[in-house]
Design a protein around this ligand. Structure first.
Ligand SMILES: Cc1ncc(C[n+]2csc(CCOP(=O)(O)OP(=O)(O)O)c2C)c(N)n1
Ligand SMILES: [Mg+2]
Length: 285
């Protein structure tokens, strides 16, 4: 049905746990792919698709849907797992990730799979795409919003800052961007490769509404998205502080996990830890 899938906080946490387990199984089967960023974004994707966004998995092209632009396309395992759990396509298909002929390629391709609004993989372009969509929606008085997931590493690219200027110029209050501030990129820590801080001050000085959150706190994610909806004359950047590889200690904070899959032993260990976390969530009030 067109509208929102209105899960409770606890249900969203369980869904994020399911998505993490799916990502581990997908990457193990594919024997390649991006682990750390995908695992770190599970809470944000679960909150967006199972609470915040208006969408309809049975009618992916519903005109009134909110649009999600994924800019850092390499984290698509978390996106695919979220879409499958929401009902966009059968969950069995998740295990075809990166296989020849699969609709689930290593980077998302618009037109191949329902629910994908933009082709990505080449970093730095998503915020521009999202701003363009939001500009159209504003000019045509549409009620739908644009959500853009962007990474910290891709903020090395000048195009991101061009998009930031444009979105502020056109007062795109219908645009909510969420930055995966996980401090790593392909070759190390962001602050070593190309210092980005002070990110909040930079976005504020570019004319954006900026909200900083713990990107694993589902309530904070939902609240920030709701607050962004109440600001009409500025785009919002939610800087979500996340832990790459969250919940899997051998993976957490390590850029070496940016782009490699787990071995069978590592995957078994991860599933065991995630099952323990699941029990803890189930016991919460
Ligand atoms: C235009 C472009 N340049 C370089 C790359 C290669 N690349 C792939 S991922 C990545 C690191 C990006 O950092 P981030 O998205 O923060 O990585 P994560 O946090 O997911 O590890 C790079 C440089 C690319 N995909 N596109
Ligand atoms: Mg990063």
């Amino acid at each position: 049905m067109a509208g929102r899938i209105h899960m409770s906080i606890k249900e969203i946490k369980l869904m994020a746990n399911t998505i993490r387990q799916d990502v581990i199984r997908m990457l193990l089967e594919a024997k390649s792919g991006h682990s750390a960023g995908s695992i770190g974004l599970a809470d944000i994707f679960a909150a967006l698709y199972f609470h915040v966004m208006y969408h309809d998995p049975k009618n992916p092209e519903w005109e009134g849907r909110d649009r999600l632009v994924l800019s850092n396309g390499h984290v698509c395992p978390v996106f695919y797992a979220t879409l499958a759990n929401a009902g966009y396509f059968p969950k069995e298909e998740l295990l075809t990730l990166r296989k020849l002929g699969s609709r689930l390629q290593g980077h998302p391709h618009k037109g191949s799979l329902p629910g994908i609004e933009n082709t990505s993989g080449s970093l730095g372009q998503g915020l521009s795409i999202a701003a363009g969509m939001a500009l159209v929606a504003k000019r045509e008085n549409k009620r739908w919003r644009v959500y853009c997931i962007t990474s910290d590493g891709e903020h090395n690219e000048g195009q991101v800052w061009e998009a930031a200027m444009l979105a502020a110029k056109y007062k795109l209050g219908n645009l909510t961007a969420i930055m995966d501030r996980n401090n790593i990129q392909i070759d190390g820590f962001t602050e070593d490769v190309m210092p980005l801080e002070p990110l909040a001050e930079k976005y504020r000085s570019f004319g954006w509404n900026v909200i900083e959150i713990d990107g694993h706190n589902v309530r904070e994610i939902i609240d920030a998205c709701e607050r962004s909806r109440a600001v009409f004359n500025k785009p919002t950047m939610i800087i979500a502080h996340t832990i790459p590889g969250k919940g899997i200690p051998y993976m957490e904070f390590l850029s070496e996990w940016h782009g490699k899959p787990p071995t069978k032993e590592q995957a078994d260990e991860a599933i065991k830890l995630l099952e323990e976390e699941r029990k803890e969530i189930e016991e919460e009030r």
